[in-house]
Design a protein around this ligand. Structure first.
Ligand code: BJW
Ligand code: ZN
Length: 277
């Protein structure tokens, strides 16, 4: 769609939005895979691309277990900066559209997110609260809570034992003494995220792959689809005969094989797909 066409008037895009909606409408089960692009319009930086985090920071110095062993203060400084940035961000129209989709299909729509920002959770609570106010009845946000396959940045976990908890507050990374330590075993705490070379939580990954396997449609939003095993979610659905719908600003390795590929902002396109259901 060119700018002068105005939103939603490009005939190819209008047809693709309708096709995407038809796939979702006809599906018994839907799995959604989201990546950093869905939170970009909320102000959370993506990883790859011209404005991505990896342009300014080297992943192997910050997002690997070896980096944490080598320089925990540097890693904590980076995560402290990202925690503070994310704390100022709110869900956008794309998060809310997906929360609505999942709340409308309890048990039949699973959101799998690679994001560690927690914005899907916030959107689920907001949309459920809005529905409670409108209906006067109880609406649980739980069906819209995502499987967070790369963890959650607002939690700490022990680098040695199984201790995990919400982070109590900012970390002072200016000295080794300021770094948080485990109340159980004394080892260093680290952010509860999955770094390169680390295994994903097996139960969360199994639930994601089961949802991908059972789904008739996989909706893929705002991911470069480069990082495995999360990038397998759409291929698992496709291998079982399901359709893949992709929403991204630019083409990805998935685009050519996707049944519907929509190029544009998730915050514009997802509400339109939902409206067309
Ligand atoms: C918009 C938009 C808008 C923008 N609207 N769209 C070769 C070498 C080394 C390793 C490997 C290798 N081959 C495979 C591996 C394994 C590796 C991997 O996949 N590497 C590839 C990069 C090659 N994977 C792993 O290491 C994983 N673990 C593993 O495999 O374990 C095996 C094991 C088993 C048993 C024992 C031990 C090990 C773990 C991967 C962990 C990834 N971690 C990170 C950091 C998380 C923590 C943190 O946040 O700090 O996860 S890396 C980073 O990438 C982050 C993301 O979740 C992940 C995916 O990125 P995402 O979400 O796709 O973001 P971008 O930026 O790439 O894309 C954004 C997209 O949005 C773009 O396409 C834009 O166009 C689009 N967009 N604005 C719509 N408004
Ligand atoms: Zn511990």
């Amino acid at each position: 769609m060119s700018e002068q066409d105005g939103e939603g008037t490009d005939p190819v895009e209008v047809r693709r939005v309708a096709d995407a909606a038809a796939h979702i409408r006809d599906a018994e089960r839907v799995v959604v895979l989201t990546g950093a692009g869905i939170s970009a319009e909320s102000g959370v930086p993506t990883f790859r691309g011209t404005a991505g985090l990896w342009k300014s920071f080297r992943p192997e110095e910050l997002a690997t277990p070896a980096a944490f062993v080598r320089d925990p203060r540097l890693v904590w400084e980076w995560y402290g900066w990202r925690r503070a940035l994310i704390a100022e961000c709110s869900p956008n129209a794309a998060h809310r559209a997906l929360a609505s989709l999942a709340l409308d299909r309890p048990g039949r729509c699973t959101i799998v997110t690679q994001n560690v920002d927690g914005l899907h959770h916030v959107a689920a609570r907001e949309v459920a609260t809005g529905r409670e106010a409108a209906t006067g009845g109880d609406v649980s946000p739980e069906p819209a809570f995502p499987l967070e396959v790369h963890g959650a940045i607002h939690r700490d976990r022990c680098s040695d034992c199984a201790f995990v908890d919400d982070a109590p507050g900012p970390v002072d990374a200016t000295s080794d003494l300021g770094l948080p330590s485990c109340p159980r075993c004394g080892a260093l705490l680290r952010p509860d995220v999955v770094w390169f070379g680390e295994a994903l939580d097996p139960n969360t990954l199994e639930a994601a792959m089961d949802a991908a396997h059972e789904a008739d449609v996989c909706l893929v939003v705002g991911t470069s689809a480069l990082v495995y095993p999360a990038a397998s979610v759409p291929t698992v659905t496709a291998a079982g005969g399901g359709a893949v719908i992709e929403v991204n600003l630019e083409p990805t390795p998935l685009s050519r094989s996707a049944n519907v590929s929509l190029l544009g902002r998730a915050g514009d396109l997802l509400p339109r797909i939902l409206e067309a259901l």
